[in-house]
Design a protein around this ligand. Structure first.
Ligand SMILES: [Zn+2]
Length: 232
């Protein structure tokens, strides 16, 4: 097999996956089922990071066809399952408010099963971020988004605005936040991606900056103390 790049869903580290840490097998069956010959493929990836070594399992169901007496999978998968972990949620640090993370995790978990429930949770998560991080509270999500325009990096705000303009998600951001609307899994994923960027750009960046500044203050204070002790 060719190698491919991959991000571990457990430790979030980038890795190159080769046959050393990848295993794939399949199970072909028909038994008179309505869709005829099918092939169920399971893939296992073991994280090469020595501190992690978690394993991820995915399954795919394909139609199977026979070419020159050899059966093979055909077309794109009819169904796919993420078995372990059972969600695409990325790990986020615990200094981000719990209610935001739990909405985010649930939005990821049900993205394929119920994109509209997922999008509803993501919108609530977006509102949670705007209210917690920026302290902007308005009646409608659209007003809250407009309210943070001058308070953040223009490109990030543009991303929020772009997602807002897409189809149903956009139309309904101007209405009630808890209104359940029809969305495609791709739209639900777009919202999830936006939440991930915001968590990273806002909370994680602020935390890293604080840590960095505190260490500078710490070192500087130490130097000042050393100087004043030396001059005694
Ligand atoms: Zn890992």
């Amino acid at each position: 097999m060719t190698q491919f790049n991959w991000i571990c869903p457990y430790c979030n580290q980038h890795a190159t996956i080769t046959h050393e840490n990848f295993s794939s097998d399949y199970h072909s069956f028909e038994k008179g089922n309505k869709d005829k010959a099918l092939r169920l493929i399971t893939n296992v990836i073991v994280c090469p990071n020595g501190a992690c070594k978690e394993y991820s399992i995915d399954a795919y169901l394909f139609k199977e066809i026979s070419i020159a007496g050899r059966s093979q999978k055909h077309g794109s998968p009819l169904l796919t399952w993420r078995l372990k972990p059972n969600s695409s949620a990325k790990p986020f640090p615990d200094y981000i408010p719990n209610v935001i993370i739990s909405d985010y995790n649930e939005a990821c978990l049900i993205r394929d099963l119920s994109p509209k429930a997922s999008a509803t949770l993501s919108r609530r998560c977006l509102q949670g971020i705007i209210r917690d991080y920026f302290g902007v509270v308005e009646k409608r999500l659209i007003d809250e988004i407009n309210g943070i325009k001058d308070k953040m990096d223009p490109l990030t705000w543009e991303a929020i605005d772009a997602v807002r303009k897409i189809g149903n998600i956009g139309a309904h951001m101007e209405k009630d936040i808890d209104l359940i609307i029809d969305v495609e899994p791709e739209e639900a994923q777009l919202l999830i991606g936006l939440i991930e960027i915001l968590l990273k750009d806002l909370y994680i960046t602020r935390h890293e900056r604080q840590k960095h500044l505190e260490s500078i203050i710490g070192v500087a204070t130490q130097k000042i103390e050393e100087k004043s002790n030396g001059s005694k």
